[in-house]
Design a protein around this ligand. Structure first.
Ligand code: GDP
Ligand code: MG
Length: 439
């Protein structure tokens, strides 16, 4: 992954006390390769490297005591600039109409609902409008998501094919609903085509959106960039939503998108769940790409979800060797709330390195569910006094949780070892290994 190879390059640079032109040139060559591998547009990568090089060769850096650190900072600042500099705000002045467009499967419908939830949390009154009349299931999909995020949704009758008619009906419906932001989810295609563009143009003229957002799948790399250019030429984009950043190993789309299209990335999607969606902050993304760890978003995300008190309590109990199955359940609940662990931990500094040492599947949600089931089948006394759980109890727990006795034994043994290890503090990595051993 991009952040991983940059991580290595920078580690080498950081260690260098005196820096020479050759050091810099070598490092930049590696970075340039990483960028190209990450599917960053060739001209973007080239221009970026040239800018960084010019600054890195500057007197201030060459003569400083820690040139490596300075260069990392230059990288960070330049990447931030490349990604758009400041966070791009939304124009939500009434009538705030938002047109959501993009190819099939990019994540338009999901994004529409996520955005509605996001705006609702900010105290606005969003409304969702289903304008994808091509796919029979599209309307129901939006309706379901709208219910989930508790936002009113306008759904046309089945069989309706006139998108302009639907939009007009929706506009008068919206007046009654007393909403402040209207989000129009539209149809996509496999590729940009005439019919799609024509329909969007007409819809665009009718609803006069303040924001026209292109939803693009980040994993499609440079293709996403050219799609953005076509949509922009047709309807004039005001911003981009990059989806599926959770699964994207390469991250190149984020880098080229702004530079090539000149359009700001306004939001990013990082999972299928409705709250896995945030404003895009160029500086945070830059540090994330550089593998420095996006502490700020991590803390914000976690603060939203974690019951701090329960974490502190558990941590103390871990150190005291008193960590029992009740604590275990608390922790599981918290992890479940946090969503895919990978996503969160990826923001931690140095996680890329540690990740290699965590056995595949240790963080597998299915396995975690199984462990949770075992603990849930214990009585409250057993949970607080794990040492009580012997033969007959084990059998009962196995039956109750739908596991074999062997699996329960194995889990108990690992829990015991884990508990011991917690006592000798800070051995998170070993702990992960233990968890990974259960199957
Ligand atoms: P549309 O055809 O553009 O409306 O796309 P959908 O909203 O129906 O999304 C297509 C698929 O991508 C669905 O399975 C979504 O759950 C999934 N999806 C959308 N956004 C994200 C994201 O940020 N991360 C992940 N992992 N999946 C996403
Ligand atoms: Mg859709």
């Amino acid at each position: 992954a991009l952040s991983e190879s940059l991580d290595n390059t920078f580690r080498n640079l950081r260690g260098v006390g005196k820096i020479s032109e050759k050091n810099i040139t070598d490092a930049l060559r590696e970075v340039r390769l990483s960028l190209l591998e990450a599917d960053v547009e060739f001209s973007v990568a080239k221009a970026f490297i040239a800018t960084v090089k010019e600054q890195a060769m500057g007197e201030k850096v060459m003569k400083s005591i820690k040139p490596g650190e300075q260069i990392v900072k230059i990288f960070n600042d330049e990447l931030t600039k490349l990604l758009g500099g400041d966070q791009a705000p939304m124009d939500l002045n009434p009538p705030a109409h938002i047109l959501i467009c993009g190819l099939n499967g990019a994540g338009k419908t999901t994004t529409s609902a996520k955005l509605a939830l996001r705006l609702k949390k900010d105290g606005r009154r969003p409304l969702l409008i289903a304008c994808d009349l091509y796919r029979p299931a599209a309307i129901d999909q939006l309706k379901t998501l709208a219910e989930q995020v508790e936002v009113p949704c306008f759904a046309p009758e089945a069989g309706e094919t006139d998108v302009l008619k639907v939009a007009k009906q929706a506009l008068s419906w919206a007046k009654e609903q007393n909403g402040t932001v209207l989000i129009f989810d539209t149809a996509g295609r496999q590729e940009v085509d005439e019919t799609l563009i024509e329909e969007l143009k007409q819809l665009n003229k009718l609803i006069e959106p303040k924001e026209t957002l292109l939803v693009a799948d980040s994993a499609t790399g440079q293709q996403a960039v050219s799609v953005a250019q076509s949509f922009d030429a047709a309807v004039g984009l005001t911003g981009i939503v990059l989806t599926k950043l959770d699964g994207d190993a390469r991250g190149g789309a984020a880098l080229s998108m702004r530079a090539v299209t000149g359009k700001p990335i306004k939001y990013i999607g990082e999972g299928e769940k409705m709250d896995q969606f945030t404003e895009f902050y160029p500086d945070r993304m830059a540090s994330r790409i550089l593998g420095m760890g996006d502490i700020v978003s991590m803390v914000e995300h976690a603060a939203d979800k974690i019951d701090e008190e329960s974490v502190m309590k558990s941590a103390k109990r871990m150190q005291d060797g008193k960590f029992d199955f009740n604590d275990f359940l608390d922790q599981m609940k918290m992890l479940n709330k946090l969503g895919p662990l990978d996503g969160l931990m990826g923001m931690l500094p140095g996680f890329n390195k540690i990740k290699k040492q965590i056995p595949a599947g240790a963080l597998d949600p299915k396995r975690m569910k199984r462990m949770e089931a075992i603990v849930l089948s214990m009585t409250p006394t057993e949970r607080s006094r794990p040492e009580l759980i012997k033969g007959r109890r084990r059998k009962r727990i196995a039956e109750g949780s739908g596991n074999t006795v062997i699996q329960v034994n194995q889990f108990l043994k690992q829990f015991g070892q884990m508990r011991k290890m917690m006592k000798s503090k800070g051995k998170m990595r070993d702990m992960m290994k233990q968890l990974g051993g259960m199957d």
